[in-house]
Write a protein that binds this ligand. Structure first.
Ligand SMILES: [Zn+2]
Length: 129
């Protein structure tokens, strides 16, 4: 099985290569979703354990407690801003970006490209067959 991540295609590509890139992207996306869900749960559990340890065992002041809570909220905000940006660019890592208009193909544009052999945004020929 060819790993299509970070290997740019030479357009137009055969249909088999395009669907293989799509499948590789979907597999990677599914795996990273499971890992992200695990990290979110682990982060929340870790935060609760940390707060319990700080408050019940160490006995920190309210100021430290509030600082830790704001720090955790900051990390959550950063993740909420950066994760969608990264996810939107993910198909491009598998070569699913139109060479003419630069649109990164989501599921709808991938399906349109497979059906028409052309970019669903600008009409450039992407699949050679
Ligand atoms: Zn295009």
């Amino acid at each position: 099985m060819t790993n299509y991540r970070h290997s740019p295609p030479s357009w137009p590509v055969p249909l088999r290569e395009f669907t293989a890139r799509r499948d590789a992207f979907r597999r990677w996306n599914r795996r990273s979703g499971v890992i992200a869900a695990f990290l979110v749960v682990a982060g929340l559990v870790g935060f609760v354990v940390l707060m319990h340890w700080l408050v019940q065992i160490v006995g920190v002041s309210d100021a430290v407690e509030i600082t830790v809570c704001f720090g955790f909220a900051g990390v959550l905000c950063a993740v909420c801003v950066l994760l969608p940006r990264w996810l939107n660019r993910l198909p491009a890592q598998f070569g699913l970006r139109c060479p003419q208009c630069g649109v990164v193909m989501g599921n709808l544009l991938i399906a349109t490209t497979i059906a028409t052999r052309h970019c669903g945004e600008c009409g450039a020929r992407l699949i050679a067959e």
